[in-house]
Design a binder for this molecule. Sequence first.
Ligand code: PEP
Ligand code: MG
Length: 892
Amino acid sequence: MSDEESRRWVYGFGEGDGSMRSLLGNKGANLAEMSRLLGAERVPGGFTVSTEACVEYMRTGSPPAGLDRQIDEQLAELERASGKRFGDPRDPLLLSVRSGAPVSMPGMLDTILNLGLTEASTAGLAQVSGEDGFAWDSRRRLLQMFSEVVRGVPAAGFEQALSAERQREGVQLDSELSSGGLRRLCEEFETAFEAHTGEAFPGEPREQLRQAVLAVFDSWRNERAATYRRLNGIPDELGTAVTVQRMVYGNLGSQSGSGVAFSRDPISGERRPDGDYLDGAQGEDVVAGVRNTEDLEGLRDRMPGIHAELLEALSTLEAHFSDIQDIEYTIEQGRLFILQTRGAKRHARAAVRFAVDAVAEGLLDRRTALAAIDPGGLDALLHPTIAPDAEFEVLARGVGASPGAARGEIVFTAEQAIRRAAEGVDVILLRPFTSADDVGGFSAATGIVTSQGGKASHAAIVARGMGRPCVCGATAMEIDPDRGTVRVGEVELGAGDALVIDGSSGAVTADEVELVPATIDPNFETVLEWSDSIRRLGVRANADTGPDAQRARELGAEGIGLCRTEHMFFGAEREPLVREMFIAGELWRRDPGPGAARRFEATLDRLEELQRKDFGEILRAMAGRPVAIRLLDPPMHEFLDPGVLQRELQEARTNGDAGQVEIAVERLEVAQALQETNPMLGARGVRLGLLLPQLYAMQVRAIARAAIDTAAAGATPQVEIMVPLIALAGELELLRERIERVIETETSAGEALEVEIGTMIELPRACLRAGEIAAHADFFSFGTNDLTQSAMGLSRDDAEREFLPLYLERGLLRRSPFETLDLDGVGELIELAAERGRASKPGLRLGICGEHGGDPTSIGFFERAGLDYVSCSPFRVPVARVAAAQAAIAAG
Ligand code: PEP
Ligand code: MG
């Protein structure tokens, strides 16, 4: 026997167990485990073709040697156990064939039922069941599913034929068709199969099975499945298993039906089984939703004994798997069968409730219960949501970029948003994409929608930071801010029209939909308390204002890991002053005479007053906890839009004021001169601080004075000053000296003030030379947004707009590196910097403040890399607390 021949490709349900997920798929492993638990009376027998067989098939293009023989052996066993023969024309054994990947891929791969039914055995089935209609309907389903799934015959033709037959017989539902009609349909379906494939429908059951197994393998590579894997970061190499199971019939005779059931309510988590029942139907009818189902009470009224058996099975399964179970069941002539069980997909509310209840009930210990929660969904608990039973038409769908639902009237500009919000109106800001200029509009809006960009776009990050629900990349929406319209196909909406968005699912609707307010969930509180007692990583927040800092504190932030001071430079009121500051600064650089210095310093003085107030608010809100304030970082051009200065010049010309014109000409010339080809790599970060030393000195003064004010008011400020974008140790050395000098001056009268001075690490060179840099730093904070850009040599905005989608589609990247840290590349740089930094300065504090600080997968990495804290948007803080605890649990 060849190696391949002797390898094991097929496992009977009795031969597997729940631990064999990667080999048998979730479905196969759970079925094997369930068969052991409930026995053959409850679980129809079957076998699973392994994922290894699928992988081998994908590798070589043909089924592995030995597969057919092993399937034959399993079939013989199934025939022996059921007392029926596959292909028996009088009383055939029929099979269902389903896919089952090692990770759940709902709806992605296809199912075939009633396999093995031939024209002859249909007549036999009619005889033994005594129901002609049932037999021909079974055949009709097989022809349809097999043709569509296995041979790609278009579904539309079958649907048309069914609808024509219903019309002919004057009935509403397929289940009401006469056996004559069903027979006619079978003939038509066979003809359609022949016309499409040029072959007769396989009359041999074993051939049907062979083709079906390979079709399931092939479906692993269909577009839907590939897209789902890409969106969910599932590796293409896993392959799918194929589960083959003896058919039982919910559409046979009386006391038959099918349904799905949950061991607990999957939305609330309440300890109450929940589910659907459809009398006289096969499972596919329940899922297809063609007829209205009853709930489990309906089943209890019809068959109280079966209902009790079902509840018992649910409870046994839940206790065994220690998790909420989602099952498919069929009742065949008064006998209950469970066809499938799996961990239930659940809303975050149910996830936290189950964790708490499961510990109280002794089902799980605390660490296991905590580890089982999907942390990604948890922030849904902090926002209003669309009522779970709401029905509405989705107008467009994008990426759910910042969770929660919001309702408001459409506006197209930040200005409109601010104006309407000031009038007390809830507004949804619609932009093709957003930039720093739109930030004022974010805080005014209740929600944001963009037609471009993904989860890490500017809009997404700012919206999450501010806790505004946001949908990004709703590509079907043609947003035209100039015309003030948004078109989706035939629908056109304008400013003032109402919109509801769901930043969790990415749905946008123009329908009137009920929103339910967020409530503080006591189970969530409990889970957070557990997390805090388990986690090692600290959790801070990125916050730039007093209210944000306050909110972050309420959500459990232990400090601020990043205060981006540039956000204090934006806003209608401050922008003219900031513009003047940069222009005056540049004029001073060109000609550093006393006049220019005075003009520059005058603007700095005014800005200092504003900053001192801003910092004071933040330090008070975070009293007693560390606040890392970053000195100004962005490139100058973000503050110096030549378009604005052009308008200024035009206005001066219109007014005919020669003096004003002269000033405006100079201002425009300066702004134009400061434009850069690659601003992301230009005069920003520490370089800005070196070009305009007075600017950083002003910021440090404002910080020091705000801290002294805060201390004088009785609170304890804990200030950390961060220098952005360091590449050279010398840069930090110089800056540190200057910062210390300002602080010394500010405390010359003996004011008590302790300030730590550290740096962002966001360039590969800084990682490599971390040892030298650490000599001048009290701490490092990894800026993983810029570090990702600089390590991969791409700019986030361009990448997300242009080639990142292609890279994801092609599988060159599994996840956007701006959402989940590129562990192999950027991750290695972080590990290296951590090691070199700490080798030079033992105990050096290490944090991370890029967007990855709120991403559970990345948090797992930061735990392993030995960082001290993560910092993320305030609304991600609870997620990060849970993810950090899970990371600690995983680390053991
Ligand atoms: C970073 O680069 O990760 C960072 C936090 O800075 P910013 O996103 O403001 O550039
Ligand atoms: Mg940065």
